[in-house]
Design a protein around this ligand. Structure first.
Ligand code: FPP
Length: 239
């Protein structure tokens, strides 16, 4: 159930139907290009908005937020753009280490971190360890690809010599084994696809697409997505 004083007033969740929102943060490059600026400028503003949106989700009662920060395919972008995103992530982990308790955020990074710089791996590991007791779970997908995630889960199960593999076995070998599946996936930037994000976990998620470019996404847009979520009937294949 949703509590709001009047139509279009800010939402506040009063039940646990919507615990987990995942975001595909698309549109940074176009946002910058519309302003005659380099794509990196869009990522800087996208990173700033990411911080605002995560806090807003926490404020309205969301328990888990997952964001697609960098995919396994994003390495094919121009080197200066890849460097700019990595620098933002590095700066973000630095800031997060100082502020994690203020915003009560528990960090988890999902994806293959083995190819990241030693420095970034160290920061990520420390952030996860030091924020363990906080409540708002934030999964940051970094060098993440859903198909790779599934292949490594199947390989891990094969290595254990397992037979009769269950859905639960697979879920428990994904990067997201520590949390429930997303209830709602929001993609900004106008494209209508999942782009190799949480393919297994999205099985019963509600999908919400908006043309708003990620750096422009506002709290009122989240409210609207939440209202749409509550207006839908989730039947999980039943009637
Ligand atoms: C997609 O927009 C965005 C990305 C590939 C990177 C997302 C990165 C950030 C929001 C900043 C860093 C993140 C953190 C967590 C600090 P796009 O570049 O594909 O935009 P376009 O579709 O307009 O080209």
């Amino acid at each position: 159930m949703l509590g709001w004083r009047k139509k279009r007033a800010p939402v506040r969740l009063v039940d646990d139907k919507l615990r987990h929102i995942a975001f595909i943060m698309d549109g940074n490059g176009r946002w910058a290009q519309k302003r005659g600026m380099p794509r990196e400028f869009g990522h800087v503003n996208g990173a700033a908005n990411f911080k605002r949106i995560v806090r807003y989700c926490g404020d309205i009662g969301i328990k888990i937020v997952t964001v697609y920060a960098f995919s396994t395919e994003n390495w094919t972008r121009p080197q200066n753009e890849v460097n700019a995103i990595m620098k933002l992530l590095s700066e973000y982990t630095d800031m997060a280490a100082d502020e994690m308790d203020v915003h009560n955020i528990r960090y988890r990074f999902i994806g293959d971190r083995s190819v990241l710089s030693e420095e970034l791996i160290g920061r990520i590991n420390r952030l996860e360890r030091d924020s363990e007791k906080n409540e708002l779970l934030l999964n940051i997908a970094l060098n993440y690809g859903a198909r790779k995630e599934l292949v490594s889960a199947f390989n891990a199960l094969a290595m254990q010599g397992r037979a009769n593999i269950t859905e639960r076995d697979i879920s428990e070998h994904l990067y997201t084994a520590h949390c429930p599946d997303p209830d709602l996936i929001i993609r900004t930037g106008g494209e209508i696809r999942l782009s190799n994000f949480l393919l297994w976990q999205a099985a019963y998620a509600e999908l919400y697409f908006t043309d708003v470019l990620w750096p422009d996404l506002k709290s009122s847009d989240i409210d609207e997505a939440v209202r749409v979520f509550y207006s839908r009937k989730r039947r999980y294949g039943g009637i």
